[in-house]
Design a protein around this ligand. Structure first.
Ligand code: ZN
Length: 342
């Protein structure tokens, strides 16, 4: 016969068994759950790793696109940014999905006064750890898909609004280009000149009238934009001349400068005048200083087993020093010094 006490004791024991069983079940659920999270995290890492490799290989360097907080993701690009245009060497933005690379060094979108490395300066951001972020330009600002630094987009937006108030429409027709994209432009031009019998340094100088050597373009930095037209003649039409006059009178208030100004105004070497090319100086002036300090002609040299990773080689790169790319072209800019941060 069971006493009340033993029944209670039995009851307590069976309760304890139930609790223990529950405890183990909960524990198991927790372990399985955590395992799942781990699997997801691992597969994400692998996923991004693969994409980064693909991006580097295919040359469409959008690795930097979303470093600053992940504003742009797969598919979103096409909706928020401008329509892709079959312009130079393929559409820059969209395509590959790269959310972040490395992580640690990439939190500030803009890295204004910060140091940047030789990879950033030469447009090879998949190798850079400078932490500069690029953002898709809003669709109403531009004529095709493109990226710029967020600070530049913001400044352009203010300038565009002010211009609109004066009856002037400003559209960005090119923004950031990476090294690989510039190389496509360069090699296309080079090959055409070869077939026309123009070779060597003659070919280089011909291309350099309006196009940069890969690794030497200000468009690598996400600070420089081309506005409304790439035709010099356009800016002599009534419409173009009015737009240019407005920019020359007002752009400095928004941080922009006409760096490839007419040769009579502040520069004697470098590209032909480019009235369409405007540079966001609060960032770009620092990058130019750093470019002159950090980039030498060995970077345009022949790769060896030690530093092939950092060397840039393409058709005609052997003439970089002959034509003084760094002094005459990268350095061949006019900084009127009147610009200010908007
Ligand atoms: Zn330009």
């Amino acid at each position: 016969m069971q006493t009340k006490g033993s029944m209670d004791a039995e009851g307590k024991r069976s309760n304890t068994y139930i609790f223990r069983a529950l405890y183990w079940v909960l524990g198991l659920i927790l372990m399985v759950g955590m395992g799942g999270v781990w699997v997801i995290l691992s597969s994400n890492r692998g996923h991004h790793g693969r994409n980064n490799t693909e991006v580097t290989r295919s040359g469409y360097d959008v690795v930097g696109a979303v470093r600053d907080g992940g504003a742009v993701q797969d598919g979103v690009t096409a909706q928020v940014g401008c329509e892709a245009e079959s312009g130079y060497g393929g559409s820059a933005v969209g395509g590959a999905s790269v959310k972040s690379q490395g992580g640690s060094a990439m939190r500030n979108g803009g890295a204004a006064q910060g140091e940047v490395d030789i990879y950033f300066l030469t447009g090879r951001n998949s190798k850079s750890s400078s932490g500069v972020g690029f953002t898709t330009v809003p669709v109403e600002f531009c004529s095709k898909a493109m990226e710029l630094q967020p600070e530049v987009i913001e400044a352009f937006g203010k300038m565009r609004t002010a211009a609109a108030g004066a009856g002037i429409a400003l559209t960005i027709i090119s923004g950031r280009r990476n090294y690989e994209q510039q190389k496509v432009i360069w090699v296309n031009k080079w090959n055409k000149l070869q077939s026309r019998g123009i070779h060597g340094v003659d070919a280089v100088e011909h291309i350099l009238r309006y196009s940069s050597m890969p690794g030497s373009s200000r468009h690598h930095w996400g600070t420089d934009i081309d506005i409304n037209s790439l035709e010099p003649a356009y800016f002599t039409t009534a419409k173009g001349a009015k737009e240019l006059a407005w920019l020359r009178a007002n752009a400095h208030n928004y941080g922009f400068a006409e760096v490839y100004s007419p040769r009579t105004t502040g520069r004697s070497t470098g590209y032909q005048p480019e009235p369409w090319h405007w540079s966001y100086m609060p960032l770009a002036s620092s990058y130019l200083t750093q470019y002159k300090q950090k980039i030498g002609y060995t970077l345009f040299g022949i790769p060896d087993s030690k530093n092939s990773d950092s060397v840039m080689v393409f058709s005609g790169s052997q003439f970089a020093k002959t034509v003084k790319i760094i002094e005459n072209y990268v350095g061949g800019v006019n900084d009127p010094g009147t610009w200010k941060k908007p």
